[in-house]
Design a binder for this molecule. Structure first.
Ligand code: ADP
Ligand code: MG
Length: 319
């Protein structure tokens, strides 16, 4: 199968590539064309997943299809944007019809959940690597940024944390767990659900937001820096799921929640009186914003117990 047949058969014909709101022209020309309503801004973000680095080289392609799109769409959620379309740059070692079929199916399933359309891409041969670029729209000036947190604000997260980090040992086959523990963790690793609705609800309420991809403490550091404030996280308030706690024990679960990656849950700050407007959304208060800089973890007695290693980095800072 040649490059163009492959694109047509597996991607242009996929359910997720049949256009949608905001897509004036999809796959097939030199560029796709998007319509943006007056008064809205385009939100754009790219994520690359490399085999053996971001996912095991041998894995279920359907799950990989879901995950590769979800992690990218999560950035739109973090900006309070609505999804429009995405491009897919796929580098493949070989053309395996079974792999492509399943991958495109997983991609389409996640696309349907996020209401986003495949609008183009690039297909090349080489070691397996997947780059997804997402496009979304947000009313001008209303995107959620990292830079507006103010002393006095609450620090919140949109769900329990650490499930994907807990799942990693299962994904890599290093550990096993009974189904009632393993399933919720693996589900979160392979198909995290981008919190698009929560992000949109946060517009006009949150003073800062991001999606947690490198661990709560590490990502809170980005808000602290961009906003020139300090964030305090209260250990006792960090939410972990029962499945994670059963699998790793309380201490292990909390460690995964604080420093583990791949959660794709939103973290945000807002004034306490804005909380009521989020009724119906899963929101956990985990700390607060104070004057100063950096992120501090506090135990129930208020003692500073901030760990040295706060999250995952591909390139470590030189000492
Ligand atoms: P060009 O050479 O002009 O960049 P290509 O030959 O790479 O175009 O691709 C032809 C069309 O197929 C373009 O519309 C492109 O966006 C689309 N396309 C290529 N690869 C993919 C893919 N993996 N998924 C979706 N669309 C793709
Ligand atoms: Mg071209």
């Amino acid at each position: 199968m040649g490059e163009f047949e492959l694109i047509n058969h597996y991607f242009a014909a996929a359910p997720c590539a049949q256009g949608g709101e905001g897509v004036a022209l999809g796959i097939g020309d030199d560029c796709a064309l998007l319509d943006l309503p007056p008064g809205e801004q385009l939100a754009v973000s790219t994520d690359t997943l490399v085999a053996g680095v971001h996912f095991p080289a041998v894995c279920d392609p359907r799950l990989l299809g879901q995950r590769s799109l979800a992690v990218a769409v999560s950035d739109l959620a973090a900006m309070g944007a609505e999804a429009i379309g995405f491009t897919l740059a796929l580098t493949l070692p070989e053309v395996g019809p079974t792999w492509l079929e399943a991958y495109a199916d997983g991609l389409s399933r996640m696309a349907q959940r996020c209401r986003i359309s495949l609008i183009g891409g690039d297909t090349t041969r080489g070691p397996l690597s997947i780059t997804v670029t997402v496009f979304g729209r947000v009313p001008a000036g209303q995107a959620l940024r990292r830079s507006g947190a103010r002393p006095g604000d609450l620090l919140c997260v949109g769900g329990t944390l650490g499930k994907a980090a807990g799942a990693l040992a299962l994904v890599l086959g290093e550990r096993q767990a009974p189904a009632e523990q393993a399933e919720p963790l693996l589900a979160h690793y392979w198909s995290p659900l981008p919190q698009l609705e929560l992000g949109q609800r946060l517009r006009g309420l949150a003073t800062s937001a991001l999606d947690i991809s490198d661990g709560l403490l590490a990502d809170c550091g980005h808000i602290a820096k961009a906003s020139a404030v300090a964030l305090e996280v209260n250990l006792a308030q960090v939410p972990v799921s029962p499945a994670l706690e059963a699998f790793l024990g309380r201490e292990g679960a909390v460690k995964a929640a604080l420093t583990g990656g791949d959660d794709y849950v939103l973290a945000f700050t807002l004034p306490a009186d804005a909380l009521a407007a989020l009724a119906g959304c899963e929101v956990h208060v985990v700390g607060r914003v104070v004057a100063g800089q950096g992120v501090t973890l506090r135990d129930p007695q208020g003692l500073d117990i901030t760990p040295v290693q706060r999250g995952y980095q591909h390139f470590r800072e030189t000492p």
